[in-house]
Design a protein around this ligand. Sequence first.
Ligand code: ADQ
Length: 494
Amino acid sequence: MLDFVRYLNDCKFILVSNREPYEHMYGSGGIEVRQPAGGLVSALDPTMQYTHGTWVAWGSGTADRDVSDEAGRVQVPSEDPQYTVHRVWLDDADIDGYYHGFANRALWPLCHMLIQHFEFRTEYWERYRAVNLRFAHAVADEAERCTGRSMVWIQDYHLALVSEFLRAMRPNLFVHQFWHIPFPPPDILQLLPTGTQESLLRGMLGNDLLEFQIDRYVENFMDCVEQFLPDAEVDPVRQTIVFRDRVIHVGAFPISIDVERFEALASSPETDRRVQTLRERYARDGRQLGVCVDRVDYTKGILERIRALEILWAESPELRGRFTFLFVATPSRSNVPAYQSLERDVVDRTREINEQYGSADWTPIVLVNENVDADLLAVVYRAGDLCIISSLQDGMNLVAKEFVACQVDERGVLLLSRFTGSAEEIEGAYLINPFNVDGFVSAIRTALDMTPDERRRRMRRMRRQLRNSTIFDWLDSILARATAIMAQQQSAAV
Ligand code: ADQ
Protein backbone atom coordinates (compact mmCIF):
# COMPACT_ATOMS: atom_id res chain seq x y z
CA MET A 1 0.00 0.00 0.00
CA LEU A 2 2.81 2.39 0.79
CA ASP A 3 4.79 1.73 -2.36
CA PHE A 4 4.45 5.35 -3.45
CA VAL A 5 6.50 6.36 -0.43
CA ARG A 6 9.57 5.50 -2.52
CA TYR A 7 9.04 8.78 -4.35
CA LEU A 8 9.78 10.65 -1.17
CA ASN A 9 12.93 8.79 -0.23
CA ASP A 10 15.44 11.55 -0.52
CA CYS A 11 13.39 14.60 0.23
CA LYS A 12 11.50 15.96 3.17
CA PHE A 13 7.75 15.90 2.65
CA ILE A 14 5.83 18.93 3.93
CA LEU A 15 2.07 18.72 3.67
CA VAL A 16 0.01 21.89 4.08
CA SER A 17 -3.74 22.02 4.72
CA ASN A 18 -6.26 24.15 6.52
CA ARG A 19 -7.44 21.30 8.79
CA GLU A 20 -4.98 19.43 10.97
CA PRO A 21 -4.68 15.63 11.16
CA TYR A 22 -4.77 15.53 14.98
CA GLU A 23 -6.65 18.00 17.14
CA HIS A 24 -6.00 18.22 20.90
CA MET A 25 -9.17 19.11 22.80
CA TYR A 26 -9.97 19.67 26.46
CA GLY A 27 -12.57 17.08 27.43
CA SER A 28 -14.09 15.86 30.66
CA GLY A 29 -11.22 13.42 31.21
CA GLY A 30 -8.44 15.92 30.41
CA ILE A 31 -6.82 16.39 27.00
CA GLU A 32 -8.26 14.19 24.23
CA VAL A 33 -6.90 13.71 20.75
CA ARG A 34 -9.33 13.75 17.86
CA GLN A 35 -8.60 12.67 14.34
CA PRO A 36 -11.03 14.08 11.81
CA ALA A 37 -12.87 11.43 9.82
CA GLY A 38 -12.40 11.54 6.09
CA GLY A 39 -10.49 9.93 3.29
CA LEU A 40 -7.71 12.45 3.02
CA VAL A 41 -6.45 12.15 6.57
CA SER A 42 -6.75 8.36 6.57
CA ALA A 43 -4.72 8.13 3.35
CA LEU A 44 -2.12 10.72 4.23
CA ASP A 45 -1.54 9.95 7.90
CA PRO A 46 0.20 6.61 7.13
CA THR A 47 2.25 8.34 4.42
CA MET A 48 3.36 10.97 6.89
CA GLN A 49 4.13 8.38 9.53
CA TYR A 50 6.24 6.41 7.10
CA THR A 51 8.19 9.38 5.74
CA HIS A 52 8.49 11.26 9.07
CA GLY A 53 7.52 14.46 7.30
CA THR A 54 5.79 17.57 8.62
CA TRP A 55 2.14 18.58 8.35
CA VAL A 56 1.51 22.34 8.54
CA ALA A 57 -2.09 23.21 9.48
CA TRP A 58 -4.31 25.52 11.50
CA GLY A 59 -4.13 24.65 15.21
CA SER A 60 -7.87 24.54 15.81
CA GLY A 61 -8.06 22.38 18.97
CA THR A 62 -8.80 23.97 22.36
CA ALA A 63 -5.71 22.31 23.88
CA ASP A 64 -3.46 22.60 20.82
CA ARG A 65 -1.35 25.48 22.18
CA ASP A 66 -0.74 23.74 25.47
CA VAL A 67 0.71 20.61 23.90
CA SER A 68 2.83 22.37 21.24
CA ASP A 69 6.25 23.99 21.61
CA GLU A 70 7.00 27.69 21.03
CA ALA A 71 7.15 27.24 17.29
CA GLY A 72 3.74 25.51 17.36
CA ARG A 73 5.23 22.05 16.76
CA VAL A 74 4.04 18.76 18.22
CA GLN A 75 4.94 15.14 17.49
CA VAL A 76 2.13 12.77 16.48
CA PRO A 77 0.62 10.30 17.10
CA SER A 78 1.28 10.97 20.77
CA GLU A 79 1.54 7.29 21.74
CA ASP A 80 4.19 6.58 19.08
CA PRO A 81 5.51 9.83 17.55
CA GLN A 82 6.37 9.53 13.86
CA TYR A 83 5.99 12.97 12.35
CA THR A 84 5.57 16.65 13.21
CA VAL A 85 2.45 18.76 13.06
CA HIS A 86 3.39 22.45 12.80
CA ARG A 87 0.41 24.50 13.89
CA VAL A 88 -0.47 27.92 12.53
CA TRP A 89 -2.38 30.03 15.03
CA LEU A 90 -5.47 31.96 13.96
CA ASP A 91 -7.47 34.40 16.06
CA ASP A 92 -11.22 35.01 15.73
CA ALA A 93 -10.80 37.82 13.21
CA ASP A 94 -8.55 35.57 11.08
CA ILE A 95 -11.11 32.76 11.15
CA ASP A 96 -13.90 35.17 10.21
CA GLY A 97 -12.03 36.82 7.36
CA TYR A 98 -9.86 34.04 5.96
CA TYR A 99 -11.99 30.94 6.55
CA HIS A 100 -15.66 31.94 6.82
CA GLY A 101 -15.04 35.03 4.71
CA PHE A 102 -12.90 34.80 1.58
CA ALA A 103 -12.58 30.99 1.46
CA ASN A 104 -16.20 30.08 2.16
CA ARG A 105 -18.24 33.13 1.14
CA ALA A 106 -16.26 34.21 -1.92
CA LEU A 107 -14.12 31.40 -3.37
CA TRP A 108 -16.42 28.46 -2.54
CA PRO A 109 -19.54 29.84 -4.31
CA LEU A 110 -17.49 31.28 -7.15
CA CYS A 111 -15.72 27.98 -7.87
CA HIS A 112 -19.08 26.18 -7.75
CA MET A 113 -20.59 28.86 -10.02
CA LEU A 114 -23.41 29.52 -7.54
CA ILE A 115 -22.95 33.24 -7.73
CA GLN A 116 -26.09 34.14 -5.77
CA HIS A 117 -24.07 33.13 -2.69
CA PHE A 118 -20.94 35.07 -3.66
CA GLU A 119 -19.97 37.78 -1.20
CA PHE A 120 -16.69 39.70 -1.46
CA ARG A 121 -15.37 42.01 1.25
CA THR A 122 -11.99 43.71 1.15
CA GLU A 123 -11.45 42.72 4.79
CA TYR A 124 -11.93 39.01 3.87
CA TRP A 125 -9.36 39.23 1.12
CA GLU A 126 -6.83 41.03 3.32
CA ARG A 127 -7.18 38.41 6.05
CA TYR A 128 -6.91 35.63 3.50
CA ARG A 129 -3.64 37.10 2.25
CA ALA A 130 -2.31 37.58 5.79
CA VAL A 131 -3.17 34.03 6.85
CA ASN A 132 -1.74 32.53 3.62
CA LEU A 133 1.49 34.45 4.33
CA ARG A 134 1.55 33.02 7.86
CA PHE A 135 1.20 29.49 6.47
CA ALA A 136 4.04 30.21 4.02
CA HIS A 137 6.31 31.35 6.89
CA ALA A 138 5.56 28.13 8.77
CA VAL A 139 6.43 26.04 5.70
CA ALA A 140 9.63 28.03 5.07
CA ASP A 141 10.61 27.49 8.70
CA GLU A 142 10.15 23.73 8.26
CA ALA A 143 12.12 23.70 5.01
CA GLU A 144 14.98 25.48 6.76
CA ARG A 145 15.20 22.75 9.36
CA CYS A 146 16.36 20.17 6.83
CA THR A 147 19.48 20.04 4.69
CA GLY A 148 18.16 18.19 1.63
CA ARG A 149 15.46 19.25 -0.81
CA SER A 150 11.87 19.50 0.38
CA MET A 151 8.69 18.69 -1.44
CA VAL A 152 5.77 20.85 -0.33
CA TRP A 153 2.22 19.68 -1.09
CA ILE A 154 -0.57 22.19 -0.47
CA GLN A 155 -4.23 21.15 -0.21
CA ASP A 156 -7.16 23.13 -1.54
CA TYR A 157 -8.67 26.54 -2.04
CA HIS A 158 -8.04 27.92 1.45
CA LEU A 159 -4.37 28.29 0.59
CA ALA A 160 -4.25 29.62 -2.97
CA LEU A 161 -1.52 32.18 -2.30
CA VAL A 162 0.90 30.11 -0.22
CA SER A 163 3.02 28.89 -3.13
CA GLU A 164 3.73 32.41 -4.44
CA PHE A 165 4.72 33.65 -0.98
CA LEU A 166 6.93 30.60 -0.54
CA ARG A 167 8.56 31.07 -3.92
CA ALA A 168 9.70 34.53 -2.82
CA MET A 169 11.14 33.14 0.43
CA ARG A 170 12.65 29.87 -0.84
CA PRO A 171 12.90 29.90 -4.66
CA ASN A 172 14.23 26.35 -4.88
CA LEU A 173 11.49 24.55 -3.03
CA PHE A 174 9.39 22.15 -5.07
CA VAL A 175 5.77 23.11 -4.46
CA HIS A 176 2.59 21.53 -5.78
CA GLN A 177 -1.09 21.88 -4.90
CA PHE A 178 -4.28 19.83 -5.17
CA TRP A 179 -7.47 21.83 -5.77
CA HIS A 180 -10.36 19.74 -4.41
CA ILE A 181 -13.25 21.83 -5.75
CA PRO A 182 -14.17 22.91 -9.31
CA PHE A 183 -12.35 25.78 -10.98
CA PRO A 184 -14.65 28.29 -12.74
CA PRO A 185 -14.39 29.71 -16.27
CA PRO A 186 -13.24 33.36 -16.79
CA ASP A 187 -16.78 34.82 -16.91
CA ILE A 188 -17.30 33.68 -13.34
CA LEU A 189 -13.83 34.40 -11.94
CA GLN A 190 -14.16 37.97 -13.11
CA LEU A 191 -16.84 38.62 -10.47
CA LEU A 192 -13.87 39.19 -8.15
CA PRO A 193 -12.84 42.85 -8.08
CA THR A 194 -10.35 43.86 -10.75
CA GLY A 195 -6.90 42.96 -9.57
CA THR A 196 -8.04 40.25 -7.17
CA GLN A 197 -8.53 37.55 -9.81
CA GLU A 198 -5.04 38.33 -11.16
CA SER A 199 -3.57 38.10 -7.64
CA LEU A 200 -5.32 34.81 -7.05
CA LEU A 201 -4.04 33.28 -10.29
CA ARG A 202 -0.51 34.62 -9.73
CA GLY A 203 -0.69 33.10 -6.25
CA MET A 204 -1.51 29.69 -7.69
CA LEU A 205 1.23 29.96 -10.29
CA GLY A 206 3.84 29.85 -7.52
CA ASN A 207 3.38 26.07 -7.77
CA ASP A 208 5.48 23.78 -9.96
CA LEU A 209 2.50 21.49 -10.50
CA LEU A 210 -1.21 22.22 -10.03
CA GLU A 211 -3.56 19.27 -9.72
CA PHE A 212 -7.30 19.47 -10.41
CA GLN A 213 -9.94 16.72 -10.25
CA ILE A 214 -10.90 16.57 -13.94
CA ASP A 215 -9.86 18.01 -17.30
CA ARG A 216 -12.71 20.53 -17.38
CA TYR A 217 -11.30 22.36 -14.34
CA VAL A 218 -7.80 22.26 -15.85
CA GLU A 219 -9.19 23.88 -19.00
CA ASN A 220 -11.08 26.52 -17.01
CA PHE A 221 -7.94 27.37 -15.06
CA MET A 222 -5.85 27.71 -18.22
CA ASP A 223 -8.57 29.87 -19.86
CA CYS A 224 -8.54 32.16 -16.80
CA VAL A 225 -4.74 32.49 -16.90
CA GLU A 226 -4.89 33.21 -20.63
CA GLN A 227 -7.52 35.91 -20.15
CA PHE A 228 -6.30 37.63 -16.97
CA LEU A 229 -2.51 37.25 -17.07
CA PRO A 230 -1.34 38.42 -20.50
CA ASP A 231 2.31 37.89 -19.53
CA ALA A 232 1.73 34.14 -19.02
CA GLU A 233 2.13 31.73 -21.95
CA VAL A 234 -0.44 28.95 -21.90
CA ASP A 235 0.07 25.69 -23.80
CA PRO A 236 -3.25 23.82 -23.58
CA VAL A 237 -1.93 20.74 -25.39
CA ARG A 238 1.04 20.12 -23.12
CA GLN A 239 -0.90 21.49 -20.14
CA THR A 240 1.88 23.87 -19.16
CA ILE A 241 2.06 27.57 -18.40
CA VAL A 242 5.25 29.61 -18.68
CA PHE A 243 5.19 32.46 -16.20
CA ARG A 244 8.10 34.60 -14.95
CA ASP A 245 10.59 32.24 -16.63
CA ARG A 246 9.23 29.18 -14.87
CA VAL A 247 7.24 26.26 -16.27
CA ILE A 248 4.12 25.35 -14.31
CA HIS A 249 2.52 22.00 -15.05
CA VAL A 250 -1.22 21.50 -14.75
CA GLY A 251 -3.09 18.18 -14.78
CA ALA A 252 -6.19 16.19 -13.82
CA PHE A 253 -5.85 13.69 -10.96
CA PRO A 254 -9.29 12.42 -9.87
CA ILE A 255 -9.38 11.70 -6.15
CA SER A 256 -10.88 8.48 -4.81
CA ILE A 257 -11.47 6.52 -1.60
CA ASP A 258 -9.90 3.65 0.32
CA VAL A 259 -12.00 1.08 -1.56
CA GLU A 260 -10.83 -1.98 0.39
CA ARG A 261 -11.63 -0.33 3.69
CA PHE A 262 -15.21 0.49 2.63
CA GLU A 263 -15.69 -2.99 1.14
CA ALA A 264 -14.45 -4.58 4.35
CA LEU A 265 -16.73 -2.40 6.47
CA ALA A 266 -19.70 -3.27 4.25
CA SER A 267 -18.97 -7.01 4.33
CA SER A 268 -18.55 -7.57 8.07
CA PRO A 269 -21.01 -9.85 9.92
CA GLU A 270 -21.97 -6.91 12.13
CA THR A 271 -22.87 -4.87 9.03
CA ASP A 272 -24.88 -7.84 7.68
CA ARG A 273 -26.93 -7.81 10.82
CA ARG A 274 -27.42 -4.04 10.86
CA VAL A 275 -28.37 -3.96 7.15
CA GLN A 276 -31.06 -6.58 7.78
CA THR A 277 -32.45 -4.58 10.68
CA LEU A 278 -32.46 -1.38 8.64
CA ARG A 279 -34.17 -3.03 5.66
CA GLU A 280 -36.65 -4.73 7.95
CA ARG A 281 -37.55 -1.30 9.22
CA TYR A 282 -37.67 0.70 5.99
CA ALA A 283 -37.68 -1.74 3.06
CA ARG A 284 -39.80 -4.72 4.10
CA ASP A 285 -42.42 -6.31 1.79
CA GLY A 286 -40.91 -5.08 -1.46
CA ARG A 287 -40.51 -1.47 -0.35
CA GLN A 288 -37.44 0.28 -1.74
CA LEU A 289 -34.96 2.33 0.24
CA GLY A 290 -33.33 5.43 -1.21
CA VAL A 291 -30.29 6.83 0.59
CA CYS A 292 -28.00 9.82 0.57
CA VAL A 293 -25.24 11.15 2.81
CA ASP A 294 -24.31 14.83 2.67
CA ARG A 295 -22.79 17.78 4.38
CA VAL A 296 -25.63 20.30 4.41
CA ASP A 297 -24.27 22.59 1.72
CA TYR A 298 -26.09 24.51 -1.02
CA THR A 299 -23.78 22.97 -3.63
CA LYS A 300 -25.19 19.50 -2.94
CA GLY A 301 -28.64 20.19 -4.44
CA ILE A 302 -30.44 19.03 -1.30
CA LEU A 303 -33.56 21.16 -1.70
CA GLU A 304 -33.72 20.17 -5.38
CA ARG A 305 -33.68 16.51 -4.28
CA ILE A 306 -36.40 17.04 -1.69
CA ARG A 307 -38.51 18.84 -4.30
CA ALA A 308 -38.11 15.97 -6.78
CA LEU A 309 -39.15 13.46 -4.10
CA GLU A 310 -42.19 15.58 -3.23
CA ILE A 311 -43.31 15.71 -6.87
CA LEU A 312 -42.75 11.97 -7.17
CA TRP A 313 -45.06 11.20 -4.25
CA ALA A 314 -47.58 13.84 -5.37
CA GLU A 315 -47.80 12.53 -8.94
CA SER A 316 -47.48 8.83 -8.15
CA PRO A 317 -49.68 7.98 -5.18
CA GLU A 318 -48.91 4.29 -5.78
CA LEU A 319 -45.33 5.00 -4.65
CA ARG A 320 -46.46 6.31 -1.28
CA GLY A 321 -45.69 3.64 1.23
CA ARG A 322 -43.55 1.81 -1.37
CA PHE A 323 -40.43 3.94 -1.26
CA THR A 324 -38.67 5.50 1.75
CA PHE A 325 -35.79 7.95 1.59
CA LEU A 326 -33.10 7.88 4.29
CA PHE A 327 -31.11 11.08 4.36
CA VAL A 328 -28.01 11.28 6.56
CA ALA A 329 -27.10 14.95 6.76
CA THR A 330 -24.39 16.62 8.75
CA PRO A 331 -24.61 20.35 9.52
CA SER A 332 -21.62 22.23 8.16
CA ARG A 333 -20.22 25.80 8.28
CA SER A 334 -23.07 26.80 10.56
CA ASN A 335 -21.48 30.26 11.10
CA VAL A 336 -22.34 31.28 7.55
CA PRO A 337 -25.97 32.56 7.26
CA ALA A 338 -26.65 30.76 3.94
CA TYR A 339 -25.90 27.44 5.67
CA GLN A 340 -28.08 28.25 8.67
CA SER A 341 -31.08 28.96 6.49
CA LEU A 342 -30.44 25.84 4.39
CA GLU A 343 -30.38 23.70 7.56
CA ARG A 344 -33.74 25.19 8.60
CA ASP A 345 -35.23 24.70 5.13
CA VAL A 346 -34.16 21.04 5.00
CA VAL A 347 -35.82 20.29 8.34
CA ASP A 348 -38.97 22.31 7.49
CA ARG A 349 -39.45 20.86 4.00
CA THR A 350 -38.92 17.32 5.30
CA ARG A 351 -41.50 17.84 8.03
CA GLU A 352 -44.05 19.29 5.57
CA ILE A 353 -43.65 16.36 3.16
CA ASN A 354 -43.85 13.82 5.97
CA GLU A 355 -47.02 15.48 7.30
CA GLN A 356 -48.63 15.65 3.89
CA TYR A 357 -47.82 12.19 2.52
CA GLY A 358 -46.80 10.06 5.52
CA SER A 359 -49.07 7.59 7.27
CA ALA A 360 -49.17 5.73 10.57
CA ASP A 361 -46.81 3.10 9.26
CA TRP A 362 -44.76 5.01 6.69
CA THR A 363 -42.46 8.07 6.91
CA PRO A 364 -41.47 9.32 3.42
CA ILE A 365 -38.17 11.00 4.40
CA VAL A 366 -36.18 9.82 7.40
CA LEU A 367 -33.76 12.60 8.27
CA VAL A 368 -30.75 11.68 10.40
CA ASN A 369 -29.31 15.06 11.24
CA GLU A 370 -25.82 14.15 12.41
CA ASN A 371 -22.33 13.08 11.52
CA VAL A 372 -22.24 9.29 11.63
CA ASP A 373 -19.24 6.95 11.90
CA ALA A 374 -17.83 4.97 9.00
CA ASP A 375 -19.45 1.69 10.16
CA LEU A 376 -22.92 3.19 10.01
CA LEU A 377 -22.16 4.86 6.68
CA ALA A 378 -21.28 1.43 5.26
CA VAL A 379 -24.58 0.02 6.61
CA VAL A 380 -26.60 2.83 5.00
CA TYR A 381 -24.81 2.52 1.65
CA ARG A 382 -25.16 -1.26 1.53
CA ALA A 383 -28.82 -1.19 2.55
CA GLY A 384 -29.81 1.25 -0.23
CA ASP A 385 -31.76 0.27 -3.36
CA LEU A 386 -30.78 3.59 -4.79
CA CYS A 387 -28.53 6.49 -3.88
CA ILE A 388 -29.36 9.98 -5.13
CA ILE A 389 -26.54 12.49 -5.54
CA SER A 390 -27.89 15.75 -6.88
CA SER A 391 -25.00 18.23 -6.52
CA LEU A 392 -25.42 21.46 -8.50
CA GLN A 393 -21.61 21.42 -8.85
CA ASP A 394 -19.12 19.18 -7.07
CA GLY A 395 -15.35 18.81 -7.52
CA MET A 396 -15.57 15.01 -7.34
CA ASN A 397 -18.13 13.73 -4.78
CA LEU A 398 -16.76 10.87 -2.73
CA VAL A 399 -20.18 9.74 -1.50
CA ALA A 400 -20.81 8.29 -4.98
CA LYS A 401 -17.65 6.18 -4.74
CA GLU A 402 -18.35 5.13 -1.15
CA PHE A 403 -21.83 3.94 -2.18
CA VAL A 404 -20.38 1.86 -5.03
CA ALA A 405 -17.66 0.36 -2.80
CA CYS A 406 -20.26 -0.68 -0.19
CA GLN A 407 -22.75 -2.18 -2.66
CA VAL A 408 -21.48 -5.71 -2.12
CA ASP A 409 -24.95 -7.16 -2.94
CA GLU A 410 -25.03 -5.21 -6.23
CA ARG A 411 -28.62 -4.21 -5.63
CA GLY A 412 -28.40 -0.43 -5.76
CA VAL A 413 -28.77 2.12 -8.55
CA LEU A 414 -26.61 5.25 -8.45
CA LEU A 415 -28.46 8.38 -9.61
CA LEU A 416 -25.66 10.87 -10.06
CA SER A 417 -25.70 14.55 -10.98
CA ARG A 418 -23.85 15.16 -14.19
CA PHE A 419 -22.29 18.23 -12.58
CA THR A 420 -20.02 16.17 -10.32
CA GLY A 421 -16.45 15.21 -11.12
CA SER A 422 -17.50 11.60 -10.40
CA ALA A 423 -19.95 11.66 -13.33
CA GLU A 424 -17.02 12.09 -15.71
CA GLU A 425 -15.25 9.14 -14.14
CA ILE A 426 -17.83 6.54 -13.15
CA GLU A 427 -19.40 4.54 -15.97
CA GLY A 428 -22.63 2.78 -15.05
CA ALA A 429 -24.28 5.50 -13.01
CA TYR A 430 -27.63 6.91 -14.13
CA LEU A 431 -26.90 10.59 -14.80
CA ILE A 432 -29.34 13.33 -13.83
CA ASN A 433 -29.61 17.10 -14.18
CA PRO A 434 -30.81 18.40 -10.80
CA PHE A 435 -31.93 21.71 -12.40
CA ASN A 436 -34.48 19.82 -14.52
CA VAL A 437 -36.96 18.72 -11.89
CA ASP A 438 -39.25 16.72 -14.23
CA GLY A 439 -36.29 14.82 -15.69
CA PHE A 440 -35.07 14.23 -12.15
CA VAL A 441 -38.44 12.79 -11.06
CA SER A 442 -38.65 10.53 -14.08
CA ALA A 443 -35.07 9.30 -13.40
CA ILE A 444 -36.11 8.26 -9.87
CA ARG A 445 -39.08 6.37 -11.36
CA THR A 446 -36.83 4.63 -13.89
CA ALA A 447 -34.37 3.69 -11.14
CA LEU A 448 -37.13 2.25 -8.97
CA ASP A 449 -38.34 0.16 -11.93
CA MET A 450 -34.90 -1.06 -12.97
CA THR A 451 -34.62 -4.85 -13.09
CA PRO A 452 -32.25 -6.67 -10.74
CA ASP A 453 -30.18 -7.80 -13.76
CA GLU A 454 -29.72 -4.28 -15.05
CA ARG A 455 -28.81 -3.05 -11.57
CA ARG A 456 -26.22 -5.81 -11.16
CA ARG A 457 -24.73 -5.16 -14.59
CA ARG A 458 -24.30 -1.44 -13.89
CA MET A 459 -23.02 -1.91 -10.35
CA ARG A 460 -20.48 -4.57 -11.38
CA ARG A 461 -19.08 -2.26 -14.00
CA MET A 462 -18.73 0.58 -11.51
CA ARG A 463 -17.16 -1.65 -8.86
CA ARG A 464 -14.62 -3.09 -11.30
CA GLN A 465 -13.60 0.38 -12.36
CA LEU A 466 -13.42 1.72 -8.81
CA ARG A 467 -11.05 -1.03 -7.67
CA ASN A 468 -8.55 0.23 -10.25
CA SER A 469 -8.75 3.77 -9.10
CA THR A 470 -8.42 4.07 -5.34
CA ILE A 471 -7.10 6.89 -3.20
CA PHE A 472 -3.73 5.14 -3.22
CA ASP A 473 -3.64 5.16 -7.04
CA TRP A 474 -4.42 8.87 -6.83
CA LEU A 475 -1.59 9.49 -4.40
CA ASP A 476 0.76 7.36 -6.46
CA SER A 477 0.03 9.19 -9.70
CA ILE A 478 0.46 12.63 -8.13
CA LEU A 479 3.72 11.80 -6.40
CA ALA A 480 5.06 10.05 -9.52
CA ARG A 481 4.30 13.12 -11.59
CA ALA A 482 5.71 15.52 -9.00
CA THR A 483 8.98 13.60 -8.63
CA ALA A 484 9.35 13.31 -12.42
CA ILE A 485 9.03 17.10 -12.77
CA MET A 486 11.41 17.60 -9.85
CA ALA A 487 13.98 15.35 -11.56
CA GLN A 488 13.57 17.24 -14.86
CA GLN A 489 14.19 20.52 -13.05
CA GLN A 490 17.28 19.14 -11.37
CA SER A 491 18.78 17.85 -14.59
CA ALA A 492 18.02 21.16 -16.35
CA ALA A 493 19.81 23.01 -13.54
CA VAL A 494 23.02 20.94 -13.84
P1 ADQ B 1 -17.03 17.57 0.26
O1 ADQ B 1 -17.71 18.76 -0.33
O2 ADQ B 1 -17.09 17.46 1.72
O3 ADQ B 1 -15.52 17.47 -0.22
P2 ADQ B 1 -17.58 14.78 -0.71
O4 ADQ B 1 -16.57 14.46 -1.75
O5 ADQ B 1 -18.92 14.21 -1.02
O6 ADQ B 1 -17.78 16.33 -0.47
O7 ADQ B 1 -17.08 14.19 0.65
C1 ADQ B 1 -17.87 14.22 1.80
C2 ADQ B 1 -17.30 13.24 2.80
O8 ADQ B 1 -17.92 13.49 4.06
C3 ADQ B 1 -17.58 11.80 2.43
O9 ADQ B 1 -16.46 11.02 2.75
C4 ADQ B 1 -18.79 11.43 3.30
O10 ADQ B 1 -18.82 10.09 3.70
C5 ADQ B 1 -18.58 12.33 4.51
N1 ADQ B 1 -19.89 12.70 5.08
C6 ADQ B 1 -20.81 13.52 4.55
N2 ADQ B 1 -21.89 13.58 5.35
C7 ADQ B 1 -21.64 12.79 6.40
C8 ADQ B 1 -22.38 12.43 7.57
N3 ADQ B 1 -23.60 12.90 7.80
N4 ADQ B 1 -21.80 11.59 8.44
C9 ADQ B 1 -20.57 11.10 8.20
N5 ADQ B 1 -19.83 11.39 7.12
C10 ADQ B 1 -20.36 12.23 6.23
C11 ADQ B 1 -14.63 18.26 -1.05
C12 ADQ B 1 -15.15 18.64 -2.42
C13 ADQ B 1 -15.58 17.39 -3.18
C14 ADQ B 1 -14.41 16.42 -3.26
C15 ADQ B 1 -13.78 16.20 -1.90
C16 ADQ B 1 -12.49 15.40 -2.00
O11 ADQ B 1 -16.25 19.55 -2.31
O12 ADQ B 1 -16.03 17.72 -4.49
O13 ADQ B 1 -14.88 15.19 -3.78
O14 ADQ B 1 -13.48 17.41 -1.26
O15 ADQ B 1 -11.58 16.00 -2.87
